[in-house]
Design a binder for this molecule. Structure first.
Ligand code: PLP
Length: 404
């Protein structure tokens, strides 16, 4: 059935963007408060956001930074990963998961994905060599990967695990939040770091932003140091009445700190996060139900013992049943005023990774097969149920117009 915003052709009147943040009046007031306070960079709001985030995920230490990319880079640096080392990274991820390994002078060893688009422990195990130092699993779309099996491998081979939880703020694995200290039981806390993203499209958005969590106090202290030039503790307070002008540089750190303006958004986004995820889950269910009897589409595979954060709703096309390819499918949805996206172009297919590391098409077959068939539908709390029905209507319309 067409909603009132759809015209007879099945085309919405107004373009529905692939993603939009949900910024409320509380977020706006808190940002204005920061602007009026005169303190617009790292300060008390960052500290409060870190404390509240740590409580939310169940960790002792949370360090706010300016992106998940910075978080991953800091984690690799703090764990001493560099020249000559190998780091196992899924190929079906955003480029930054692998780029940061390259920044460290290490080699990203890219691995294939399974039916739920997450990395498979057996592929990780096959990729381990004497040079492997760390595994960077990505909780794709907000569904936790096989955390226990990955930790088990890390223990067995004495590797670090840096979780790329860019999609997984609020995700759970066996009733523990991703990033929680207890999740790592059995794997030494010095070998485990989790990195989150608060990029504009993410479940919790601060425009740009990220968070690092760890159960290890020393690692936390070092990563905090690295996030702000390697300057000694509380150097950020040097312009306050309570601070001192004197500081020491203890490491050649980076400029990756979060600002109070970002934290102002984060504090209120965090309060609404569970409600956001509930709405995402509700819309995901509407999609699942609508596409249940549509053999041209495979809906996301949901694993047991996990709470999915539903950052993305990724459908896989059965191209054998369609007269168009995935890109044409996207174009036809766009012509119906529906924005979509693709997550992701496998890293090993990007020119830099082919040229520098010798990857070639055909190397990671599942990811390539999946890449040709996937697209991500709009899924965010700022959508209305009517918007969801418009997406469903447009998808079904594209299918019925292009059956083979
Ligand atoms: C899987 C994954 N990892 C890392 C990142 C990088 O996050 P950020 O933009 O916060 O640096 C993204 C961003 O989209 C992502 O999707």
């Amino acid at each position: 059935m067409l909603s009132h915003k759809q015209v007879a052709s099945g085309r919405r009147e107004k373009f529905l963007p692939f993603a939009l943040p949900s910024i409320g009046e509380e977020e706006i007031a808190e940002v204005v408060d920061s602007l009026r306070s005169g303190w617009i960079t790292t300060g008390p709001k960052v500290k409060r956001f870190e404390e509240e985030f740590a409580r939310y995920v169940g960790t002792e230490h949370a360090i706010a930074v300016n992106s998940c990319t910075s978080a991953l880079h800091i984690a690799l640096t703090a764990l001493g990963i560099g020249q000559g080392d190998e780091v196992i990274v899924p190929t079906l991820t955003f480029c930054s998961t692998a780029n940061v390994v390259v920044h460290r002078g290490a080699r990203p060893v890219l691995v294939d994905c399974g039916d739920d688009f997450n990395v498979r422990p057996e592929d990780i195990e096959k990729a381990i060599t004497p040079r492997t130092r760390a595994i960077v699993p990505v909780h794709y779309s907000g569904q936790a990967c096989d955390v226990n099996a990955i930790y088990e491998l890390a223990r067995k081979h004495n590797l670090a695990v840096i979780e790329d939880a860019a999609h997984a703020v609020g995700s759970e694995y066996h009733d523990q939040k991703i990033g929680a200290d207890h999740l790592g039981h059995g794997l030494d806390a010095t070998h485990r770091v989790t990195c989150f993203s608060f990029y504009a499209t993410k479940n919790l958005a601060t425009g740009e932003g990220g968070m690092i969590t760890t159960a290890d106090p020393k690692l936390a202290e070092f990563m905090r140091l690295l996030s702000l030039h390697g300057m000694s503790k509380d150097a950020w307070k040097r312009y306050t009445g309570a601070g001192s002008w004197y500081y020491e540089v203890l490491a050649a750190g980076y400029k990756d700190n979060m600002t109070d303006i970002q934290a102002a958004l984060g504090i209120h986004q965090l309060k609404r996060l569970d409600e956001f995820i509930e709405r995402r889950a509700h819309y995901a269910k509407l999609y699942d139900e609508a596409f249940e009897d549509t053999p041209e589409i495979e809906t996301p595979l949901v694993r047991s013992n996990r709470k999915h954060a539903w950052h993305l709703y990724v459908i896989k096309l059965s191209l054998e049943r369609l007269a168009i390819d995935r890109s044409q499918f996207i174009d036809q949805l766009r012509a119906r005023n529906i924005g979509t996206s693709v997550h992701f172009i496998p890293v090993h297919l990007h020119p830099h990774y082919k040229d520098r590391f010798g990857y070639q098409p055909g190397d990671l077959k599942n990811a390539e097969y999946v890449y040709d068939r996937i697209l991500s539908l709009p899924l965010y709390p700022a959508m209305t149920e009517e918007d969801v029905q418009d997406v469903i209507g447009a998808v079904l319309d594209v299918i019925s117009s292009n059956r083979r």
